[in-house]
Ligand binder design. Sequence first.
Ligand SMILES: NC(=O)c1ccc[n+]([C@@H]2O[C@H](COP(=O)([O-])OP(=O)(O)OC[C@H]3O[C@@H](n4cnc5c(N)ncnc54)[C@H](OP(=O)(O)O)[C@@H]3O)[C@@H](O)[C@H]2O)c1
Length: 261
Amino acid sequence: MSGAEKVVCVTGASGYIASWLVKLLLQRGYTVKATVRDPNDPKKTEHLLSLDGAKERLQLFKANLVEEGSFDSVVDGCQGVFHTASPAILAASDPQLWYQLSKTLAEEAAWKFAEECGIDLVAINPGFSIGPLIQPTPTSSMKVFLELMNGSLVFPDGIYNFVDVRDVAHAHIQAFETPAANGRYCLVGSVIHHSETCKILHKLYHPSFHLSEKDEDDKPLRPLHKVSQDKAKSLGISFIPLEVSFRDTIESLKEKGFLTA
Ligand SMILES: NC(=O)c1ccc[n+]([C@@H]2O[C@H](COP(=O)([O-])OP(=O)(O)OC[C@H]3O[C@@H](n4cnc5c(N)ncnc54)[C@H](OP(=O)(O)O)[C@@H]3O)[C@@H](O)[C@H]2O)c1
């Protein structure tokens, strides 16, 4: 079906993943009802309003997840809702743990609600998303990248599940447009050790940036796990190569003035 007559909602539209989603949806001819918490904040809206097709088919709405009923009138009449908004954790002893718990509970609640209300739900679970930014400020995953490039971050024995943000946005749309799509889709393009991340960044950018060349300690590396790509590939996702994602992320951060060689 063509997107011309389709109206969809994107929540948290000014975010890293959602901005790409809005861009691709507009490209495909959708009318997009985009929610942000503050439609009067140009940092949250200007990059969306300047996208191709935005003048004709993008509408901005104010909505906040912590306000009951805030999204009701926006999603009313939409054929699909891409729910990416996620409340930030302001204070916690272990923010990563609380983040993971919040995501698990939110997804459980979504499945329960979908079943009770007969909603056709698909969950997209991306890994550490990288790739170019559309929005003017770096998201938290981009901040980690900036620290890597500035040499201020050294992980002892980290393992990353990387995926390109463009693949994540594309997968959301494919999941919406593919009638057979169902259940959960884990999106991970590459699983690599931190040391391997450093090697790739070195190859691409040394000596332009001060990169740490090795891990903090010499302990043997933990074995890598695998994340099956079969289900994601069934949506037509072919995964952008990691080196391309790294390079495009860094070029984007440079272009926006967050990194200087
Ligand atoms: N980036 C990753 O590596 C990654 C990996 C796995 C899963 N995810 C998940 O994917 C989603 C998008 O991630 P992202 O990296 O694109 O995040 P992001 O850039 O931080 O965007 C999240 C958006 O959530 C909105 N938001 C926060 N609190 C809200 C509230 N109370 N009510 C309504 N909106 C609220 C913000 O909207 P305003 O701008 O209006 O304040 C923000 O634009 C999140 O659910 C995240 O947990 C991300």
